[in-house]
Ligand binder design. Structure first.
Ligand SMILES: Nc1ncnc2c1ncn2[C@@H]1O[C@H](COP(=O)(O)OP(=O)(O)OP(=O)(O)O)[C@@H](O)[C@H]1O
Length: 250
């Protein structure tokens, strides 16, 4: 469904992501883990066509048969928020502070989903993330966890084939984290969406992902099923990550 092949990201001639290759199959939940600065977010941004101007990507990212690295901005923006959706760490960056959240959800529903009026669909989406009463609220009136649930409702609005989450719960309280993770899991399961989940938190990937990719200094150094990577890590770096985490090293 999405195939990343030999992806590199450069700042000038300095490679920040080097020769990264992986696939995410339809409906699959894959985790991208590694320490801060290992290149996880840049990999996701390159896949989404959201790299800042000073960076450039080489290699290949094929999504539903289409080469994204050479796609026009117009094609990319048609894909984003449609077949390809993303949830970032900081929900305020994805929301318009001046618009009621119900309207923001309604506006994200694309025309082809116009069976029911967008307002009703938006309300149903908000209910599905446990927010039946926030339609007329502004983002600042909500808690961080509620805002992230609104962002999730927007990301899921058009039943994306692939949802990319970049540290979606890192900024939230621990109790709220679990709730948002569950909503992500239910949301992708109901739609058979694939999930690429970026985090440095191994307890989170253990709960969410079927397969893991481990990044170090811009490269993928290990890959396997979640169970394999967390119980029989092959790379020294993965062992260190496990030792440094709260996970019971099995
Ligand atoms: N616009 C940029 N220009 C130059 N270097 C950058 C730029 N953006 C990121 N980098 C560098 O690229 C490397 C990878 O960054 P990236 O944000 O992908 O890491 P990460 O694994 O997602 O870490 P974090 O969890 O902290 O977000 C880092 O060393 C970072 O400093």
């Amino acid at each position: 469904m999405i195939t990343v092949d030999g992806l590199s990201v450069f700042a000038g001639d300095k490679a920040l992501v080097r020769n990264v290759s992986f696939e995410v199959g339809a409906g699959e939940r894959v985790g991208l883990i590694g320490e801060s600065g290992s290149g996880k977010s840049l990999t996701a941004s390159a896949v989404m066509g959201l790299l800042p101007e000073e960076l450039h990507a080489t290699g290949s990212v094929v999504f539903h048969g289409k080469q994204l690295l050479s796609a026009s901005e117009r094609e990319l923006s048609r894909l984003r928020g449609n077949d390809l959706a993303m949830v970032f760490q900081e929900p305020m960056s994805a929301l318009n502070p001046l618009m009621r959240v119900g309207r923001q959800v309604a506006e994200s529903i694309k025309l082809h989903n116009r069976g029911a009026p967008a307002r009703e669909t938006a309300q149903r989406l908000l209910e599905s993330v446990g927010l039946p009463d926030v339609f007329r609220a502004y983002p600042h009136q909500l808690s961080g966890g509620q805002r992230q649930r609104v962002v999730l409702a927007i990301a899921l609005a058009n039943d994306p084939a692939l949802l990319i989450c970049d540290e979606p719960t890192t900024a939230l309280d621990v109790t709220v984290q679990a709730q948002v993770l569950d909503l992500i899991l239910v949301g992708v399961a109901e739609r058979s969406s694939a999930l690429l989940f970026i985090t440095h938190d191994l307890a989170v990937v253990a709960r969410v992902c079927e397969r893991l990719l481990v990044m170090l200094d811009g490269e993928i150094v290990e890959e396997g099923t979640t169970r394999q990577v967390l119980t029989e890590p092959r790379h020294e770096y993965t062992r260190k990550l496990l030792a440094a985490s709260d996970l019971e090293a099995a």
